[in-house]
Unconditional design. Structure first.
Length: 150
């Protein structure tokens, strides 16, 4: 953020080169504005320095925490957590997983199949009926209405 200080210094030099004096009201105003800009530049520079120090401290704390996690949970757990995070990032669509009752293979249902009552197992090619259970009171009420013909 030193460029702010440099720009204010340039304005000060420009004002002196233009021979702006304190004798006129406009000169007093311009010099006061330049002084305030100088104060702002100093404060912004201090904030920038403080922010950089905080970032460095946070990085050190993050590294220390990673070491503590490795000690407490072990190396294997720490690697599993990283793998889970990567898997979560890759998953864009909501899906549901279940085991095929015929062959025992795990099937992942993508959003497009969520409203189906039956699907074919991609492994054994047998039909699987799906019963959707919900605890949502609104959904249960609407299902009861559909069954009663209302």
């Amino acid at each position: 953020m030193n460029y702010l200080k440099e720009k204010v210094a340039y304005l000060k030099g420009l004002a002196e080169g233009m021979q702006i004096s304190d004798a006129t009201n406009e000169g007093k105003l311009l010099k006061a504005i330049i002084d305030i800009l100088d104060d702002f530049a100093i404060v912004v520079d201090d904030i920038d320095d403080t922010q950089m120090e905080l970032i460095e401290e946070m990085d050190e704390l993050d590294e220390d925490l990673a070491e503590v996690e490795k000690i407490v949970y072990g190396e294997d757990y720490y690697e599993e957590v990283d793998e889970d995070d990567e898997e979560d990032e890759e998953e864009d669509e909501p899906s549901s997983e279940f085991e095929c009752p015929h062959c025992g293979e795990v099937i992942v249902l993508e959003e497009a199949f969520i409203n189906k009552d039956a699907i074919l197992c991609p492994h054994c090619k047998k039909e699987i009926e799906i019963e959707w259970a919900t605890e949502c009171e609104d959904c249960i009420d609407s299902e009861d209405e559909d069954e009663n013909g209302e």
